[in-house]
Design a protein around this ligand. Structure first.
Ligand code: IMP
Length: 427
């Protein structure tokens, strides 16, 4: 079994942590390939709840090697505190490997993220304020700091100088802030070197060798398809590629190695931060989804915007990721509605549109066209097989599958590890 990718099919927060963790016991490597500690996974194991931001969820499965790939941006202080938090709870984290080519979120990148958002005012993106965008900007501008730079003080100093050269001009002259001293930034970064050293590895080599030995490698996407810098609702997106192609560049594994791409799809839709969201609800139904679904950000603590399922987005995710199948999550949250609206198309300036428009203006004008599906009131959290579900819940799942363009292989009916109906094995 070669490599498989698990990624969010909507705007993130689809419940990927549960899906990856479910597979974690049977896979050898779980790899994060993009994003940073802007992601938030909640994993429930027995009566223990874990909130992970940067670490791959495979860290909770003893047989699995967790990998932070070259495409990830790493805040060393967050990484170290996440590791020690898990150690205190008895989780062994010694198998983690970290790419020497991953870029570091420096303290000045966090400052720039926050200051830029404040400066944008009404036009802000609603970032997580974790320095993600500025770190990727430095990477593309070729003034980024990589994990490997921590082990050469002279190179590190030159690189920090280059990075702060322009930034200090902007901070002092545009934003009216104090300049950041090179020496202080270097010293702070060097302070992480020894602590990170045991984890640093040539992850590209390790992963390709593992694949040659027929090991199972699972790529875990952060955020979601519609937050992708290329394929999402730009500019209201994150700064990396959560879509399937990102797994190849963000981990150094060729596309021919990937045999399965699983999209995590929530039975309704949520979004954090700014940007268009056609099925967003501003009424008591939206409030109920937020309350029942516990829709509050793991990373930021912000309330998520909530709305009905959007099949146009799901179809788009199937296309841009080449999805082979879906994991439908949080179906239990919809229990109790007499009828459940599902968005099957958009109306844009009086015209019915079946596919996601490429034009930002059109998407901002998109109004959902709803089809009403009959709901159910029975508790479904104990369902173990598809046939245990009430007939209307079965029809809801079947309708979503047909509209979304790929089979649904598993259904989440509760937050626990075992509250899942498996229709087809993922492995
Ligand atoms: P950034 O990733 O912090 O730059 O934020 C850019 C956009 O992505 C904002 O709208 C964030 O709310 C959103 N975002 C980033 N990470 C996540 C996530 O894990 N789930 C949902 N939204 C996210």
């Amino acid at each position: 079994m070669p490599a498989l990718v698990l990624l969010g099919a909507q705007w993130g927060d689809e419940g990927k942590g549960k899906a990856t963790d479910l597979l974690g016991g049977s896979v050898d490597y779980v790899v994060r390939y993009q994003g940073g500690n802007n992601a938030g996974h909640t994993v429930v194991v027995g009566d223990q709840k874990y909130a992970l931001h940067l670490l791959p969820s495979g860290i909770l499965s003893p047989g699995c090697t967790p990998v932070i790939g070259n495409g990830v941006v790493v805040d060393p202080s967050v990484l170290l505190s996440e590791l020690s938090g898990l150690n205190e709870r008895g989780v062994d984290t010694s198998k983690l490997i970290l790419s020497g080519n991953a870029h570091i979120i420096t303290p000045y990148n966090v400052t720039v993220d926050k200051v830029t958002e404040r400066f944008l005012g009404k036009r802000k993106i609603g970032t997580t304020g974790r320095g993600i965008g500025p770190t990727y900007a430095d990477k593309i501008n070729r003034v980024g700091i990589r994990v490997q730079d921590l082990y050469d003080e002279s190179i590190l100093t030159q690189k920090v100088e280059a990075a702060l050269d322009v930034k200090n001009q902007i901070l002092t002259k545009l934003y009216n802030r104090r300049a950041i001293a090179v020496g202080q930034a270097v010293e702070e970064l060097l302070g992480y070197a020894d602590k990170l050293a045991p984890y640093v590895a040539d992850t590209v080599l390790v992963l390709n060798q593992a694949l040659e030995e027929d090991k199972v490698v699972l790529f875990e996407g952060g955020q979601g398809t519609l937050l992708d810098i290329d394929h999402g609702t730009y500019p209201f997106v994150t700064s990396s590629n959560p879509t399937a192609g990102g797994a190849c560049t963000g981990a150094g594994v060729g596309p021919t190695k990937i045999s399965r791409v699983i999209g995590i799809l929530k039975a309704y839709t949520t979004r954090v931060g700014a940007g268009p969201f056609p099925t967003e609800l501003f009424d008591e139904d939206g409030e109920a989804l937020r309350r029942i679904g516990g829709e509050r950000g793991v990373t930021t603590g912000r309330d998520r915007r909530c709305g009905w399922f959007d099949a146009v987005i799901a179809r788009y995710a199937t296309r841009v990721n080449g999805l082979t199948d879906f994991f439908l999550t949080k179906l239990d949250v919809l229990t109790g509605w007499e009828q459940i609206p599902v968005c099957v198309a958009y109306e844009i300036d009086g015209k019915r549109v079946e596919e996601l428009p490429y034009s930002q203006t059109d998407f901002h004008h998109a109004k959902p066209v709803y089809e009403m599906l009959p709901g159910w009131s029975e508790d479904i959290s104990k369902a173990k097989s598809f046939s245990d579900l009430p007939k209307n819940a079965q029809s809801y799942v079947k309708a979503l599958e047909e509209m979304s363009g790929a089979p649904i292989s598993a259904i989440g009916v509760g937050p626990g590890r075992d509250e899942t109906i498996e229709i087809n094995s993922f492995l």
